[in-house]
Design a protein around this ligand. Structure first.
Ligand SMILES: Cc1cc2nc3c(=O)[nH]c(=O)nc-3n(C[C@H](O)[C@H](O)[C@H](O)COP(=O)(O)O)c2cc1C
Length: 227
């Protein structure tokens, strides 16, 4: 039963371009057959708490055990359920809007929880159970952030996702970006609307194609290296 974990992080209750496009991907995934299952987490309506203690970044016995008080035990329980949800997914899909040149703070909080040294990323050994699995990121931004633009070096939203999911977890990351989304609502940017609509159409077609073809590597490819 291949499972897709879809995570949305737009702050917008309506009209979110990233949520529209993760929805397009999720539908194409489900259309592959009833065995293609979907787990959805919306960080706008169901945010995860901020990270509670640095010890939670290290998987025992590498780090000190979290202090044995009720609040931290609960924090560790929440973290474990988020990690387990991620590990159960064959494919990860994230809607990642740009806010103040950064990822949504809710998505950063999720990332802090699921990046655990010695559990999801390597520490003393190559413990990376997500290695080789696909992560598809739908990036939306109000203006243009491509090469040669004034904002070329100001994208701090996608690089941390590439670093953690791609380099630390070893996932195969694909980023599908849509620029100029604010042209749909800001009269001052109306001239850019045709370019935005074209990018949105192209992104949707790309995501449908990806959702129809993406697969998880054979289990032996995911086995962590041993000494
Ligand atoms: C608080 C806030 C900060 C934003 N910061 C940026 C920014 O730094 N750069 C940018 O290009 N767009 C910025 N935008 C515009 C959003 O990236 C854009 O509206 C995007 O489409 C949001 O994703 P969504 O359509 O999935 O909701 C910002 C929007 C908000 C609400």
């Amino acid at each position: 039963m291949p499972e897709l974990l879809r995570i949305d992080a737009s702050y917008a209750p309506n009209g979110s371009v990233s949520r529209e496009l993760t929805g397009v991907f999720a539908k194409a995934w489900r259309d592959r057959g009833s065995e293609y299952t979907l787990v959805e987490r919306d960080l706008r309506t169901d945010p995860v708490p901020h990270f509670a203690h640095p010890a939670l970044h290290w998987h025992p016995p590498l780090g000190e055990a979290p202090p044995a008080d009720d609040a931290l035990r609960e924090a560790a329980r929440v973290q474990r359920s988020l990690v387990d949800e991620l590990l159960a997914a064959d494919v990860l899909l994230i809607g990642a809007p740009m806010y103040n040149y950064s990822p949504p703070s809710t998505l950063r909080a999720w990332l802090d929880h699921v990046h655990v040294r010695g559990l999801t990323s390597a520490a003393e050994r190559d413990t990376r159970p997500l290695r080789g699995r696909a992560a598809v990121i739908v990036a939306t931004r109000g203006t243009v952030h491509g090469p040669g633009t004034a904002n070329e070096h100001r994208d701090h939203a996608i690089p941390p996702l590439r670093l953690i999911l791609g380099e630390e977890f070893g996932m195969e990351v694909t980023v599908v970006a849509v620029n100029r989304t604010l042209s749909a609502s800001l009269p001052a940017l109306a001239d850019e609307r045709p370019a935005f609509e074209e990018e949105r159409r192209t992104a949707a077609a790309h995501l449908i194609e990806l959702a129809r073809t993406v697969t998880r590597h054979a289990p032996q490819d995911d086995r962590p290296d041993t000494d």
